[in-house]
Design a protein around this ligand. Structure first.
Ligand code: TYD
Ligand code: MG
Length: 458
């Protein structure tokens, strides 16, 4: 009898290795390789992949794109505007969407609410591997959803789920969560990379073959990746990620990957006693309410997705007792902070090498664009000097390694938003400043070098 073929898969990044080794050759993680059994490829798939596939009937041929029959993607509005926005304008038939986030952030709530608002429009099945049917029903009732169109299945075996789905013929299938799902083909424990990967592959195939839209809920590891299997991100059409602070009621849903729309689009929700409520006009919710000017606080205008948002960055700079002072950035990129501090020293003449520097973006939102550089630096400077920035001031701009302040996209729109919220002064890259130096009541100070920005804060 032929020996079953096995391979070794890294449980962190999903890279496959032929032999066991101590560390993963892809991501360098130690002791993460686990053995999986490789399934023999199906006959037809094998033929199509072989060099002489042309002989097989119905094998794929090279085709000019002009001759490809295009089918317009069918989109359905879910009834939750912020979710539709993140999905790129509604739910696409046959798409597979991965929804990730920390436990308790509201993934199950959002998806259940979505099925509720889709209602009878698209028949759906909610597969729960974590909660009992009674719990799901109780939650749906508490959320005030119409129970009649909601169907649920408490099952974790992928074969049985697909059997049920084949007979129930839903148009939307929610799997909560993918980490609880397992296949009979593999002996590995549920939640292991091989189980998750195989189950997700089966669900993806099901989605493409039947045109069912599939939502996969994925838990997040402490490192912030969608648990172990980064592989999932390659297999699905869209990856949505829930962010937010546990103390805050605001939740941000962000598209990290979307084959049918823009990435980095944000949807903003507030968690209340009736579940998640949309916040259609979120521009000022990430400002904390200070009684007066506070040292170490700066307000920036970020433009994540297609809307400008006013966000507060806080910094705390404190004498370090460590030989290697701490640099901690929450909501901003850690390496960027180290770089900014070096620029502040070389080009601003302000040393922070003996100081611990902590930076936090209010509201648990993550800001990825470089426009956050200047406000982050100003917050650091303000904390270091224990002097608040001038009242009602906003800032944005990228800081370059030679101390120059570089322009960022959509400057005018950001300034308008700041003026709209009653800010009086904006410190921005010169190229983003209007010639008149004003936008409404907002005085715009254009700066070219870091030194000018520091001067503008006096
Ligand atoms: P849940 O959707 O279960 O989170 P996840 O599936 O991402 O783990 O969210 C549960 C949290 O939300 C829980 O801490 C309670 C809170 N919550 C409300 O505040 N209001 C509500 O109406 C619901 C349903 C949950
Ligand atoms: Mg849940």
């Amino acid at each position: 009898m032929a020996k079953a073929k096995t391979a070794y898969v890294c449980t962190d990044c999903g890279a496959e290795h032929a032999k066991w080794q101590g560390s993963c050759a892809e991501c360098g993680a130690w002791n993460t390789l686990s053995e999986i059994v490789l399934q023999p490829a199906a006959k037809s798939a094998g033929a199509a992949r072989g060099g002489y596939a042309g002989k097989a009937a119905g094998a794929p041929k090279v085709t000019p794109l002009t001759e490809v029959a295009m089918t317009a993607e069918v989109r359905t509005l879910t009834g939750i505007g912020e979710l539709d926005r993140v999905l790129g304008g509604g739910l696409v038939d046959g798409s597979v969407v991965l929804v990730g986030g920390d436990p308790g952030i509201g993934k199950s709530t959002l998806l259940l609410q979505m099925l509720g608002t889709l209602g009878a429009q698209l028949p759906s099945v909610y597969v729960t591997g974590e909660e009992s049917l009674a719990q799901v029903a109780a939650r749906a009732q508490r959320l005030g959803l119409p129970l009649a169109p909601l169907q649920a299945l408490a099952e974790t075996c992928i074969e049985r789920i697909l059997d049920q789905a084949a007979s129930a013929r839903p148009r939307v299938l929610v799997i909560d969560s993918i980490q609880t799902i397992w296949t009979e083909l593999l002996t590995a424990a549920p939640g292991s990379v091989s189980q998750v990967r195989e189950s997700a592959a089966r669900l993806t195939r099901f989605a493409k073959e039947t045109g069912t839209s599939v939502f996969l809920v994925g838990h997040v590891t402490k490192e912030g990746g969608i648990a172990g299997p980064r592989v999932l991100e390659h297999m699905v059409d869209a990856v949505l990620y829930f962010e937010g602070e546990s103390g805050s009621r605001f939740r941000v849903l962000r598209a990290f990957k979307n084959r049918f729309g823009a990435v980095n689009e944000l949807g903003v929700f507030a968690m209340g006693d009736k579940g998640l409520r949309e916040v259609p006009n979120p521009s000022a919710i990430f400002l904390s309410a200070h009684a007066g000017p506070t040292p170490g606080s700066a307000v920036m205008v970020t433009r994540e997705g297609t809307r400008p948002l006013l966000v507060e960055v806080q910094a705390l700079v404190d004498q370090s007792s460590l030989g290697n002072p701490r640099r901690v950035a929450l909501g901003l990129e850690q390496n960027r902070l180290a770089m900014l501090l070096a620029v502040l020293h070389r080009h601003g003449g302000v040393a922070a090498y003996d100081q611990d520097v902590f930076i936090n973006v209010v509201g648990g939102i993550r800001v990825q664009e470089t426009a956050a550089d200047l406000p982050a630096l100003l917050a650091v400077l303000s904390s270091l000097r224990d002097r608040p920035l001038p009242e009602k001031t906003v800032a944005f701009g990228e800081v370059g390694l030679s101390g120059e302040i570089r322009p960022v996209p959509n400057g005018e729109e950001r300034l308008k938003e700041a003026a709209h919220h009653g800010f009086r002064r904006a410190i921005v890259p010169r190229a983003n400043a209007p010639k008149s130096g004003r936008v409404g009541d907002l005085e715009v100070v254009g700066v070219e070098r870091l030194g000018q920005a520091i001067d503008a804060c006096r």
